[in-house]
Write a protein that binds this ligand. Structure first.
Ligand code: NAD
Length: 504
């Protein structure tokens, strides 16, 4: 099949299918104040459309609906909840092209990557459809033999789910699917920059049979108004947030007032370690995937390339050649491999980090500049000889820039890898399995890619340690985040009236 550019007519046709209101209690409505905000195409700066701007009052109405629906949804048979999730998986898969185009239009990533996000995002619906009927508890005797212990998991209750702009479908399904599977109702607040994908997905949930009030969606230009209204409300039982560490820290403080259950998927500063025994072409391919997925705008993005000195030159040459060959452009064009950054601020932040690194002695091997013209493009960039204390090695870059530095020993590599407040993803390239185990056991990261540049998977427990967050999404762990353990102590059935009395 020959890839053809997407026409403006096709863009408009898809955009007209996206709801623009607030979803509250199963109905689409305007915001209470009638306000809207605009959504932009980051490749051109053009306005894609207007979306209802939820207020504090709308947030309370959404929680009213979620709280009212909680009882019947948690009593809905797990099999039925599973079937609804499975149907949602099928509808998203059938409409994969529409979802991919909306993601590309509002977020900027190339269509091929947006298609990849649709597959990944839909996979959470399928995975949690399968997990919904496997939420097992346990039963057994107490060690003394005098009672029985019954342990079951119950839905935690109405949740507030806050998502970022970088994976507008997958970050939503990674929360909504396990919450639905567990029997929780919810209020979802998508990122202001990319609400369209979530609104389109909300429509799919209605079609798939999610009852009114179970999923409520509030696009809003004032995120703090929504969280400010809901976090202190005693009917809310959980906050699941994906976003930056500073905002996560703020929300944790607010959530503490109500002692809310929290799942926090925050920022990262992933080290990418290349040892001298690694397969260097494979490491370069892994580096391209770990760095360039989503133009580097991923919490899992390789942020620091730590390379064993004997192979540093070979690795830098391979990475620079691969990065320099990438084609930058609007994501709807078939030849595009690198899209724009999300907004002007994001591009300027990347540019400033590169400039400071160069001032500190880093050498630009390829790229190094913002691209002139419309949109927020930045050249794929490789920096070598980056000093260990450079700011670019400490901050989340969130752009297509690969800073490289060298190490001489395994101990030094581990020390450098751990020299950050973050602990989300890490990558390790070596052919030596004993070294892989040694390093893995000493680095403080929630996730390790071993000779692999892409680690995200719906079946895997995704999450971090240190200031990268709390809790896990995906896997069996992802369902547990939406349940509360309930223990029932049962008297010894033999000692009950009418029983034979305790034996032994
Ligand atoms: P962000 O923290 O600015 O915003 C995330 C979400 O929080 C958005 O919906 C935003 O509207 C909302 N928000 C912002 N301020 C708020 C407030 N005061 N109260 C309530 N909500 C508020 O992050 P972003 O720029 O959208 O996303 C990029 C960040 O997300 C990066 O740091 C990245 O590492 C992180 N991220 C982490 C993961 C993960 O799984 N750990 C995944 C994707 C992105």
């Amino acid at each position: 099949m020959v890839a053809v550019p997407v026409t403006r007519e096709r863009e408009q046709q898809v955009l007209t299918t996206v709801p623009r209101g607030l979803l509250i209690g199963g109905a689409w409505r305007e915001s209470s104040g009638g306000r809207t905000f605009t959504v932009e195409d980051p490749a051109t700066g053009a306005v894609l459309g207007e979306v209802a701007d939820a207020s504090r009052e709308d947030a309370v109405a959404a929680l009213d609906a979620a709280a009212a629906a909680q009882g019947s949804w948690m009593r809905t048979a797990p099999r039925r909840r599973a079937e609804i999730l499975r149907r949602a998986f099928e509808i998203v898969t059938e409409r994969a092209e529409d979802f991919a185009l909306v993601i590309t239009l509002e977020m900027g990533k190339p269509l091929a990557e947006a298609r990849g996000e649709v597959v990944y995002g839909a996979e959470f619906l399928r995975w949690f459809a399968e997990e919904a009927v496997r939420d097992y508890g346990r039963y057994g005797p107490s060690p003394e033999g005098t009672s029985r212990l019954l342990v079951q998991r119950r839905p935690v209750g109405p949740c507030l789910l806050i998502t970022p702009w970088n994976f507008p479908l997958a970050m939503a399904t990674r929360k909504i699917a396990p919450a639905l599977a567990a029997g929780c109702t919810m209020v979802v607040k998508p990122a202001k920059l990319t609400p369209l994908t979530t609104l389109l997905f909300a429509q799919v949930l209605i079609e798939a049979g999610v009852p009114a009030g179970v999923v409520n969606v509030l696009p809003s230009g004032s995120a703090a108004a929504i969280s400010g209204a809901l976090l202190p409300d005693p009917r809310l039982r959980k906050l699941s947030f994906t976003g930056s560490t500073p905002v996560g820290r703020r929300l944790l403080i607010d959530a503490a007032q109500n002692v809310l259950r929290t799942s926090m998927e925050l920022g990262g500063n992933a080290p990418f370690l290349v040892f001298d025994d690694a397969d260097i072409p494979a490491a370069v391919a892994g580096a391209m995937a770990a760095k360039m997925r989503n133009m580097g705008e991923a919490c899992t993005a390789a942020n620091r390339f730590l390379v064993h000195r004997p192979v540093a030159e070979e690795f830098a040459a391979g990475l620079s050649a691969a990065m320099g060959a990438l084609r930058t452009g609007r994501g709807t064009l078939p030849e595009t491999q690198v899209g724009p950054l999300i907004d002007a601020g994001a591009r300027d932040d990347v540019d400033a980090l590169v400039a400071k690194a160069v001032d500190a002695g880093a050498v630009v091997s390829t790229g190094g500049r913002a691209v002139d013209g419309g949109g927020y493009f930045y050249e794929p960039t490789v920096l070598t000889d980056v000093p260990h204390d450079a700011e670019i090695l400490k901050e989340e870059i969130f752009g297509p820039v690969a800073p490289m530095t060298t190490f001489d020993t395994e101990e030094e590599a581990i020390r450098l890898a751990n020299d950050t407040e973050y602990g989300l993803a890490s990558y390790l390239f070596t052919r030596d399995y004993a070294r892989m185990m040694r390093v893995t056991e000493q680095i403080e990261y929630g996730m390790v890619g071993f000779n692999a540049g892409v680690i995200s998977n719906a079946a895997a427990p995704f999450g971090g340690v240190k200031q990268s967050g709390l809790g896990r999404e995906g896997g069996a762990e992802g369902l547990a985040e939406y349940t509360a353990t309930q223990y029932v102590g049962i008297a010894d059935p033999f000692a009950m009236p009418g029983g034979p009395g305790r034996l032994g």
